[in-house]
Structures are given as structure tokens and as C-alpha cells.
Design a protein around this ligand. Structure first.
Ligand code: SAM
Ligand code: SF4
Length: 344
């Protein structure tokens, strides 16, 4: 039977080192922390209009998010990404960034739909220690944007957010587009031109089976290879060095500013080098996006135990991380939870 809710405790591992190592030898150094599952959009590839939110009382407090971030840092996590749902809806986001900014991560990033940014907020976040922002934008066509996001927020608002993030030095600004066949795959070249014009890192993401509408099928996926071929019809791309755990294959333009990257999560899974750990807004520890194995650390945090106990809980959960997903293969079953809950 498949799991629907987080289990109370992960299987005990023999791991005792101050690191998060799984049973396949991978070390988790990248924490994605969701601070809300709420959103002001209903993107067709992510959230259905009648999505059921987690009960408010199940969400962690600011102190609990910061405590977990601190503990994860002590366990060797170097990068922290704050995500959601839409993290800018989280009322304590400014305080959270201030407090995690003091922990000493090498890199702190935020993923947002870019609707609730302001120059002041971006500046404040930068001063708090936020390094960079990733903004989701799947179309440059104002009408299509309404259809994809199922919201009337004008396209200009998001474009202005890209500028605000750049002006505040939250760079490199990345713009994420989930490319879906027959919906926005005719805009790949426009996005390449956009990357040049705005001097940003444009990330083309393969559509993953994480949508609550269950519209995903292999036929709806445009592969990274196909996207790159489209761009190379017009532009010369130069391969860049990706880090060892990079999820994207990155390129710069031979003759201009801006970069493009392709996230081939479906066609060329990067599970073998995965260094990511996810903690959901309600304290669910989720070592793999595609495995329903997950454990709730919330009651552990609330039971008055020392940080050492929480550390061991996280070590055990990471140790049990599954080897990888089989998206695109016959035996593949989409996970119960969707991207808006899991935190992209
Ligand atoms: N609300 C914020 C946003 O949209 O940027 C942060 C959360 S969102 C879940 C994080 C990222 O997940 C976004 O860039 C979004 O495009 C991506 N995402 C959501 N559903 C996806 C899917 N089915 N396949 C691929 N990427 C997806
Ligand atoms: Fe909201 Fe982000 Fe999901 Fe769109 S992708 S519905 S903005 S959480």
C-alpha cells in the first residue's frame, strides 16, 4: 500500500557522522525548505483550483524552521532554498531570511512566482543574506499566462520582479519555465531572446509527474534535448561547467549575455548525483521527490528533545533515501503529493 501521510520515525540507521549520507553513498548538502503550501496561482502543471491545503495548525513555526535549518547546517548542508507553495505568502518570511542568514550557509536562494516582490523587500532580503532568487515564468504571452497560472496577475508584474531582483543584487536571477507540449513549447526561442535581453539564466524544465491534475504523460514532455535543438537553430551555445550535483545542463550564448540551462529530470534523471533533502511546511522530511517515503519531524521537534536527537532523525531519514525514480518507465507511479506541497 502507498503511504499518504508521513510516518513517525524513519528506520534506524547506523549513521553517526555529522553528515547526511544515504545508503547509496550520496551526501545531502542541499536543503529545500518549504514554508507554506499556499499559493496565489494555480499553475496547470502544479496545483488544481480546488487543492486542499495542509491544516494551518500542522505547519511549523518560524522557530522550528530556523532550528531545522541550523541543525541541517551542522550536518553539512551548504545550500538552503526557501520554497513553497508561494513562499512570499509566508507571513514571517522576512524574519526567517534574517535568521537563516546568520547561520552561515554558503548559499541561500528563494523560488517564487514573482508576484509579491518589491524593491524594498528585495533589498532587505539581500541584506539578510539571501543570495539569489529564482522566478517562475512559463510564458511571455500575457493571455497565455492567465491560462497557465489560472490568475489575472499581469505579466508585467513578474517582469518587473526580475528587474527588482537584479537591481538588489540577488543574482544570478534564474527564470524557470516548465515546458509542456502544445502549450508553451512554441516559445522556447522567445525565452532564449528574453535571457539575452534581460541578462538572466533561463532554465527550461521538463514537465514532471508532480501535477495535482494528473495531466502529466510522457507525451506532454518536451525533452531537454529537443529544447536545446530548437535554440541551436538560432543561437550558438557554449557549454558551461556544471557543478557535480547540478541538476541543469548549462550554456552561455557565444555572442551575448544571458545563459540557458536545461533540467532533464525526466529524460536524463540525475538521481545518481542527487544531494537534495526536502522538508515540507508541516515538518515532513522527504528525501526524494518521487518516493512517498517520508517522516514527520514535527512531533520530535515539539517533544522537548535535544538537537542531537533531531540530528539522528534527519540522518536516519536521509539514509533511507530511495535510489531514484522510474518516470517514463512502465512501472512508474506518480507520487501521492504534488510539487506545491513538496516544494520545488
Ligand atoms: N511558487 C513558487 C514558484 O512557482 O516558483 C515556488 C514553488 S514551485 C512548486 C517551485 C518550482 O517547481 C517552480 O519553478 C515550478 O515551475 C516547478 N514545478 C511545479 N510543478 C512542476 C512540474 N509538474 N514539473 C516541473 N516543474 C514543476
Ligand atoms: Fe503556485 Fe509555484 Fe505551484 Fe505555480 S508552480 S501553483 S506559483 S506553487
Amino acid at each position: 500500500m502507498r503511504l499518504q501521510v508521513a510516518q513517525p520515525t524513519p528506520p534506524a540507521s547506523t549513521q553517526r557522522r555529522d553528515a547526511l549520507i544515504d545508503s547509496h553513498g550520496r551526501t545531502m548538502t542541499d536543503l529545500r525548505m518549504s514554508v507554506t503550501d499556499r499559493c496565489n496561482f494555480r499553475c496547470v502543471y502544479c496545483m488544481e483550483p480546488d487543492v486542499k491545503y495542509l491544516p494551518k495548525q500542522s505547519l511549523l513555526s518560524l522557530e522550528e524552521y530556523v532550528r531545522l535549518a541550523n541543525i541541517a547546517h551542522q550536518l553539512g548542508v551548504k545550500k538552503l532554498r526557501i520554497t513553497g507553495g508561494e513562499p512570499t505568502l509566508y507571513p514571517d518570511l522576512d524574519l526567517l531570511l534574517e535568521q537563516v542568514g546568520e547561520i552561515g550557509f554558503d548559499d541561500i536562494a528563494l523560488t517564487t512566482n514573482g508576484t509579491l516582490l518589491s524593491d524594498e523587500r528585495c533589498k532587505r532580503w539581500k541584506e539578510s543574506g539571501l543570495n539569489r532568487i529564482t522566478i517562475s515564468l512559463d510564458t511571455l504571452d500575457a493571455k497565455k499566462k492567465e491560462a497557465i497560472t489560472r490568475s489575472f496577475t499581469p505579466l508585467d508584474v513578474v517582469l518587473r520582479s526580475v528587474d527588482m531582483a537584479k537591481n538588489a543584487g540577488l543574482t544570478p536571477v534564474k527564470v524557470n519555465a516548465v515546458v509542456m507540449k502544445g502549450i508553451n513549447d512554441n516559445e522556447i526561442l522567445s525565452f532564449a531572446a528574453f535571457a539575452q535581453e534581460f541578462d538572466i539564466d533561463m532554465r527550461f524544465i521538463e514537465f514532471m509527474a508532480l501535477d495535482s491534475g494528473r495531466a502529466w504523460s510522457m507525451e506532454s514532455v518536451v525533452t531537454a534535448r529537443e529544447m536545446k535543438q530548437v535554440i541551436e537553430r538560432e543561437y550558438e551555445l557554449v557549454r558551461e561547467d556544471d557543478g557535480p550535483s547540478s541538476t541543469s545542463m548549462n550554456y552561455r550564448f557565444a555572442n551575448s549575455t544571458g545563459r540557458v540551462g536545461f533540467i532533464a529530470s525526466v529524460s536524463e534523471s540525475f538521481c545518481h548525483g542527487c544531494n537534495r533533502l526536502r522538508i515540507l511546511a508541516d515538518g515532513t522530511v522527504r528525501p526524494c521527490l518521487f518516493s512517498d517515503d517520508e517522516w514527520s519531524v514535527r512531533e520530535v521537534l515539539r517533544s522537548g528533545v535535544s538537537d542531537d536527537v533531531v540530528k539522528q532523525f534527519l540522518r536516519d531519514a536521509c539514509f533511507a533515501k530511495s535510489a531514484g525514480h522510474s518516470m517514463g518507465q512502465q512501472d512508474f507511479l506518480p507520487p501521492e503529493k504534488t510539487m506545491s506541497t513538496l516544494g520545488g
